[in-house]
Design a protein around this ligand. Sequence first.
Ligand code: AP5
Length: 252
Amino acid sequence: MEKMFGLMLLAVVVMITLSACGVFSKKEQPQTTKTILTFLGAPGSGKGTVAEQCVKDLGYATMSTGNLLREAVARGDELGKKAESFMKEGKLVPDELVMALVEEWLTKNMPKISTLVLDGYPRTAAQATLFIDLLKNKFPEVALRVVNIAISDDAIVARLADRLVCSSKPCQAVYSRKLLKDQNNLVCEKCGNPLIRREDDNETVVRNRLKVYADNVDPIIKVYKESGVRFDELNVEGKTVEAVFAEFKKLV
Ligand code: AP5
């Protein structure tokens, strides 16, 4: 009887050990060796600013669908022609155009990237769902994380009224007029080209972009929560660029 009990106990211990090692798990989890951090946040919340610091300070790569689309508009190619009218009015460019652009970009660039920040993508629940599927099927080595950048609409309107960007499309560096070193010489500190206001930064279009964002954000968050990706909040209201980045670094 005692021997029997001993054997049963041994069997239980073996089962627990094998189970802990994942032997009985139905699905093998893919090994993830790369990370994509996607920034969710309203227009003007500072996604691009944090992304730029990630490149400078942490050696991450970054990709902004807004920048890629503006480059396409400047080139006047097929995609640019289709996207231009949506962007001018502060509407979202159709999902299928953006998805094709993102897949092409990731296929070309992801092999040489270890950590990527996505600035302004996905922007709809459909984009988020398609993106998660794309990663599962084509980039199983990538772990996805979301950073949700929170700020009030009033702070955004004030920021975007003050924003200047480099007129050179390959550069597109972003500045705050009041933080510029030389207020009388509005040129890019990186490439020397003139600084301009973005066409979609006038208050009417900004308000429309904020509405589009508000209409889409909850369904996007639902997709993320249901898929189980890591989701962190970064509250940036009233914080300097440096303070925001210090908090961001604690998250990652
Ligand atoms: P996009 O270019 O992505 O614009 P956005 O999301 O509207 O975001 P912004 O670039 O305006 O702001 P940001 O959050 O990067 O803030 P920034 O760092 O510049 O998209 C443009 C258009 O393209 C869309 O409207 C749509 O038509 C289309 N599009 C793009 N992606 C799409 C997609 N996936 N699907 C469909 N359509 C798509 O900061 C703003 C200002 O604040 C700057 O002046 C900055 O210097 C300043 N600032 C930043 N942080 C701070 C701080 N902590 N304190 C003070 N000032 C700060």
